[in-house]
Design a protein around this ligand. Sequence first.
Ligand code: NAD
Length: 274
Amino acid sequence: MDIHSTVTLNNGVEIPRLGLGVFMMSDGEETESAVRTALEVGYRHIDTAKAYGNEASVGKAIRESGIPREDIFVTTKLWNAAMREGNEEEEFYASLRRLGFDYVDLYLIHWPVKEAYVRAWSIMEKLYDKGLIRAIGVSNFNPHHMETLERSATITPAANQIELHPFLTQDTVCAYFRGKGIALESWSPLGRGALLNDPVIARIADRLNRTPAQVILRWHLQQDFIVFPKSVRRDRIIENAALFDFSLDEKQMTEINALNRNERFGADPDTFTF
Ligand code: NAD
């Protein structure tokens, strides 16, 4: 494995295992600079969303990098309001315009808005069939959302992006989606930073001469989770990509798995209100 290693999605499209997440980065120089730095360091995968308000800066930094568009994997997401208002298609084209691209690599339903995600999926299938999206997927789906979707879907989601980290391992949910050939993406892989002071992680990091962030990110990679930690700092963007010259042994993986306490730092897909 190296920074360019990919996971092959169920439609044959390859997604880099490591990317940069840009949630909570302000549009403009902050996002542009983080994306620019990540591309310089070798990242080829950026995870944004309509709701993050920074698609335009992501697109600008990518265009100005001089790296061919097809060498960079970009994910964006359909926001809840568009599903509630029934203007999914317009919303997709607006994302495309803000990014300044003629296609998106991965387009996700951001949250399973009740009574709306099934219709949204059928619209995404049409956009996929038109060649405007290379892969379509979901986010924050539990198995029961998938069961509802499956009743009418003609395309199986390529990925499910869910909150995953050592304090929230979601073993049953992961096994369910893996069983369907749906790739898993970890959001808030560092628990928004809250996991970095855990003593078990710190001890393993110390023994391996690595940082806690590197140990946690490596734990994700060794489980085939696709991961995109967020940082605007150059030193951390570099640190978070230096994951390919060490590994965790079975005992260390087991110790980290045992940290699970079903603790969420974000909303619960069954009770979110936004
Ligand atoms: P994260 O787990 O990536 O943590 C980010 C925090 O950790 C930041 O405060 C950052 O300063 C700190 N950090 C990063 N690297 C560090 C390092 N090496 N050392 C010390 N601190 C470090 O949290 P996140 O941003 O919530 O999640 C990552 C990405 O996941 C987002 O940017 C977004 O792309 C995606 N996401 C998706 C959803 C969804 O609903 N689909 C929800 C949340 C996040």
